[in-house]
Design a protein around this ligand. Structure first.
Ligand code: B12
Ligand code: SF4
Ligand code: SF4
Length: 308
């Protein structure tokens, strides 16, 4: 068991993951209750896919009945640049400046899972990034990677919260890490104070108010209540930009595919305003920005009144 655990960890670092931790699969009663409360307040807005698969998201055994261990992995995506490095006044979330993280992490996770499965023919597993009904931040905390800050993102001591998460669920017992039980937010409220739409109450996000939700997940036009985007045309980074853990402890990623495309840095307000379908397809081919579709990005650009 010890041998397999250390082989998994070694391989994870070799593949470019920055953090890895392992935890036992168990029923997450408290987190399931939190999820149900969150859904009952309609904080998921139009993301019906969370409601539809809430039983699996709240109970790992409903998703993968043979689950015994979860390997939680994190990959740093901080390019060292911020919104002030963009030529345009439009703001564009840094997590989508490069290649689609789903694709990059999924490839690495599958490679890790294949490696694990070469160790024994009995090993079954599932690789998850974002879209599976799994509470990734919850498992990452249990596996010791960090804690969920008041803005709800997982913060690590050594990279801040600029990390993507991935999970591998296995039917094998392994050696487990200590859960991260400290809450290092302390009395800080910087993210809550800085959020332009008051979307954060401690440890909970009301997606209806969150600019990230509005610019990425919301479909159709905005009503009066939803139209505040604060200059953001894709995602929003404010609550993470102001976090002291990101200001003090972030490091620059070694994963080149997360570095910003030239257009993201160089495009002027006018170039964004003139974005057409052809340019959109070319620029965002293989990017997570495809999620909001051309119409969505165009809507976000038009919604923000930027004077050039
Ligand atoms: C749905 C979703 C969203 C939604 C909702 C966000 C949210 N906080 O839930 C929207 C569209 C708004 C969103 C935005 C973003 N997302 Co998102 N998102 C997800 C997704 C798919 C599911 C999250 C989920 O399960 N939400 C349900 C709620 C209930 O879960 P939760 O917030 O963790 O809830 C906990 C707390 O609220 C707490 N709680 C609830 N009530 C109470 C009460 C008390 C008293 C306490 C103490 C706690 C508490 O308990 C819950 C369980 O422990 C995950 C991927 C995944 N499969 O996990 C990515 C994920 C969370 N997103 C990610 C990213 C990068 C973002 C953005 C930063 C992108 C951007 N720059 O625009 C923003 C951040 C906005 C923010 N401040 O959260 C990353 C975060 C990485 C990290 N370091 O944590 C993830 C993990 C994807 C990934 N694979 O890397 N996202
Ligand atoms: S992503 Fe932006 S809008 Fe959403 S909670 Fe953070 S600061 Fe608020
Ligand atoms: S800004 Fe402060 S309160 Fe918010 S997540 Fe960071 S440390 Fe926690």
């Amino acid at each position: 068991m010890r041998n397999l655990t250390s082989k998994i960890k070694e391989k994870a670092f070799e593949l470019g993951f920055n953090k890895v931790g392992i935890t036992k699969a168990e029923f997450t009663e408290k987190e399931k209750q939190n999820l149900d409360k969150w859904l009952s307040k309609n904080y998921h807005a139009s993301m019906d896919w969370i409601e539809k698969r809430k039983e699996e998201r709240g109970n790992i055994f409903k998703y993968f009945p043979e689950a015994v261990s979860l390997v939680a992995l994190a990959m740093n995506y901080n390019s060292g640049k911020g919104q002030n490095d963009l030529r345009s006044n439009y703001k564009f979330s840094n997590y989508a400046w490069g290649e689609d993280y789903h694709k990059i992490l999924k490839n690495h996770l599958n490679e890790l899972l294949n490696f694990i499965q070469t160790q024994s023919t009995d090993i079954k597993g599932l690789a998850c990034v974002d879209t599976s009904p799994v509470m990734e931040k919850v498992w990452a905390q249990k596996a010791g990677l960090g804690w969920q800050g008041k803005h709800t993102n997982l913060i690590t001591r050594d990279y801040g919260s600029w990390v993507f998460l991935g999970i591998i669920i296995l039917n094998q017992p392994l050696e487990y890490d200590q859960a991260f039980t400290e809450d290092l937010c302390g009395s800080c409220t910087a993210c809550i104070d800085a959020c332009p739409t008051d979307a954060i109450t401690s440890y909970q996000i009301n997606s209806n108010k969150c600019i990230s939700y509005r610019t990425i997940e919301h479909r159709g036009s905005f009503n009066d209540y939803e139209n505040e985007l604060d200059g953001w045309i894709y995602g929003c980074d404010i609550c993470q930009e102001v976090c002291p853990w990101n200001i003090k402890f972030s490091q620059i990623t070694t994963e080149k595919s997360f570095l910003p495309k030239n257009e993201i840095i160089e495009w002027t307000d006018d170039q964004w305003k003139k974005l057409n379908k052809e340019k959109y397809d070319k620029l965002f081919n293989g990017s997570s920005v495809k999620r909001t579709k051309f119409e969505g990005l165009k809507r976000n650009i038009n919604q923000n009144s930027i004077d050039t």
